[in-house]
Design a protein around this ligand. Structure first.
Ligand SMILES: [Zn+2]
Length: 239
């Protein structure tokens, strides 16, 4: 047996152990994060609905302001027309001006009617918006609480993962770069498991029975070996 190979294998086995435990923890934490995202998505949808309503309200207010401007303009014109009317001597011009003033008054009446309708719509929408805003605020508070609860529910996992990552880093520092690269490649090819033990001549990574000569060499432990089938780094577990 080559002691440095044995040492390297020990590091690889421990690296794999931390990797496996860390992956399990990451799955749990990701599950919690996904639940948090779903909560956020619901809230975002409600906020978008709120924004749409606010835009609709702004557009109604703008429409109302437009009517106000037009109304002021028409009132000015009416005043001017009234002044002109006093100075008109020609009957035909007088009649034309009267008709124009009548049209202006009618237009003002129509605008005032529309404005009354708009005021009703604006008040209804303001009330609706206040309701939605209150609901969204309450929902946001609830989401924050739920997120905090979710985070608390996996705080142990988060702490354990941080410890494992530290341990993984320490182990990695003990290994050569070449060995680490070999390990990472095997982990990536092995779907997260890059190191497997061989027990009763069977690779526990892919469950293939390994050739007797391969097993003899594995027991000698003179070099790091890979399973010929699954390519995981394999070690003899003594059985
Ligand atoms: Zn295998």
């Amino acid at each position: 047996m080559n002691p440095s190979v044995r040492e390297e294998l020990d590091i690889l086995i421990r690296l794999q152990e931390t990797e496996t435990r860390a992956s399990e923890l990451r799955v749990t934490i990701q599950g919690v994060e996904q639940q948090q995202s779903r909560l956020e998505e619901v809230l975002d949808r409600e906020r978008s609905a709120l924004d749409e309503k606010s835009e609709a309200l702004a557009s109604l207010r703008k429409q109302y302001e437009g009517f106000e401007d037009d109304l002021r303009y028409n009132e000015d014109r009416l005043k001017k027309s009234e002044q002109t009317l006093r100075t008109v001597t020609n009957n035909r011009d007088y009649q034309v001006l009267l008709r124009e003033m009548d049209d202006n008054r009618k237009a003002n009446g129509r605008m005032q009617e529309a404005m009354v309708g708009l005021i009703d719509q604006i008040s209804a929408m303001e009330a609706e918006l206040a309701d939605i805003q209150a609901r969204v605020d309450a929902e946001a508070l609830r989401v924050e609480e739920q997120k905090a609860e979710l985070m608390a529910s996996c705080s142990r996992e988060v702490a354990a993962l941080a410890e494992l990552e530290k341990e993984h880093l320490n182990l990695g520092q003990k290994a050569s770069l070449r060995l680490l690269k070999r390990f990472e490649k095997a982990v990536s090819l092995g779907g997260g498991v890059g190191v497997a033990c061989v027990s009763s001549s069977i690779c526990k990574g892919c469950f293939m029975t390994l050739p007797p000569q391969f097993c003899i060499e594995l027991q000698r432990c003179n070099e790091i070996r890979h399973c010929p089938r699954c390519n995981r780094i394999v070690y003899w577990n003594g059985v």
